[in-house]
Design a protein around this ligand. Structure first.
Ligand code: IPM
Ligand code: MN
Length: 356
């Protein structure tokens, strides 16, 4: 198969981890006789430096012309320390998600048997956990209007808005995953306080009753869900939640795996799909060859399977990652003091994919 992939390395460690994923994709192409054409484009702080825009039109065009999008990370300390900055790198990511209509973000969590000790949680709690966070990605407080400051500048406001249509389409994705998994959806909300959460609860509960009677649905308040995620993660199969709660809970889920550097994600919507690690740009680690490339490589595996239908290729990449992790070929976030850097881990995984 011939596929065009828009490659958006972004900021911080983005370029380093993306080159490992490309190395692995090249190994897949060689072994399984595919052709991947990479079209590189800017996003984030690097795009602001080059064009003044965090998600330039040229980048959007390249995404639209490609079969799928592989994205690294976004964010730069020079903006974090400047709350007055008018243009921020993160706006590029939000704009891209909105422009590509990516309303569902899938974040699977399943710890590696050999890495149970990498989690600060007790083995017995972590072992056997296997769940997916389905996070709504283009609505809620991230996008609601009005937002900003009053004229005096001494008051700020954000707005959380959800429509039934926005809730239904992402809930369909979550119920679909549950049907292919263990048949349970947990809706996470704050329905004891928020009107939007009550609409989520009403909509999702009615969907379960009318359209998905074979799926078990339970509803949890987000504070309770956060506690349960670290005290009893095995209780979850598919977690369905709104944008902001999904952002927070998916970082919490990194604790279960032992490192957020192992968690991939996929975003789906009206057309194009996008694949990215859930971690950020880790600016302190940029250029030091210490960033864990596995989350990005596993995101590329999700692309192979979910965007291109290349199941056995995706399996080969996942099993190469498993091999690396079980043999201790890991960056220092997993094996403290490890002599394997970003590049060496990527090369090892690509080598395993090639069959060596
Ligand atoms: C994520 C990130 C982004 C988000 C930031 C960089 C805007 O934290 O993908 O989880 O909040 O969605
Ligand atoms: Mn996040």
């Amino acid at each position: 198969m011939k596929k065009t992939i828009a490659v958006l390395p972004g900021d911080g460690i983005g370029p380093e981890i993306i080159s490992q994923a490309v190395k692995v994709l090249d190994a897949v192409a060689r072994r399984y006789s595919h052709e991947f054409i990479y079209r590189y484009a800017d996003i984030g702080a690097v795009a602001i430096d080059h064009t003044g825009q965090p998600y330039p039109d040229a980048t959007h065009r390249i995404c639209m012309e490609s079969d799928s999008v592989l994205f690294g990370a976004i964010g730069d300390p020079k903006y974090d320390g400047n709350p007055a900055a008018k243009v921020r790198p993160e706006q590029g990511l939000l704009k891209m998600r909105k422009a590509l209509g990516l309303f569902a973000n899938i974040r699977p969590v399943k710890p590696y048997g050999t890495l149970l000790d990498a989690s600060p949680l007790k083995n017995g709690i972590v072992e056997g956990s296997d769940f997916v966070v389905v996070r709504e990605l283009t609505g809620g407080i991230y996008f609601g209007e009005p937002r900003g400051r009053n004229e005096a500048g001494d008051k700020a406001f954000d707005t959380c808005v959800y429509s039934v249509g926005e809730i239904r389409r992402v809930a369909e994705v979550a119920f679909g995953y549950a049907r292919r998994r263990r048949g349970r959806v947990t809706l996470v909300d704050k329905a004891n306080v928020l009107a939007t959460s009550r609409l989520w609860r009403e909509t999702v509960t009615a969907m379960q009753k009318d359209e998905y009677p074979d799926i078990a649905l339970d509803c949890l308040f987000v504070d309770n869900a956060a506690m349960k995620m670290v005290s009893d993660p095995k209780a979850f199969d598919v977690i369905l939640t709104e944008n902001m709660f999904g952002d927070i809970l998916s970082d919490v889920s990194g604790v279960i795996n032992g490192s957020i550097g192992l968690l991939p994600s996929a975003s789906f919507g009206s057309g194009k799909s996008l694949f990215e690690p859930i971690h950020g740009s880790f600016p302190q680690g940029a250029g030091k060859d210490i960033a864990n490339p596995v989350a990005t490589i596993l995101s590329a595996a999700m692309m192979l399977e979910d965007a291109f239908g290349m199941k056995r290729e995706a399996e080969a990449v996942r099993s190469a990652c498993n091999d690396a992790v079980s043999n201790g070929i890991c960056t220092p976030d997993i094996v403290p003091g490890s002599s394997y850097g970003t590049d060496a881990v990527g090369t090892y995984i690509a080598g395993k994919v090639s069959g060596s």
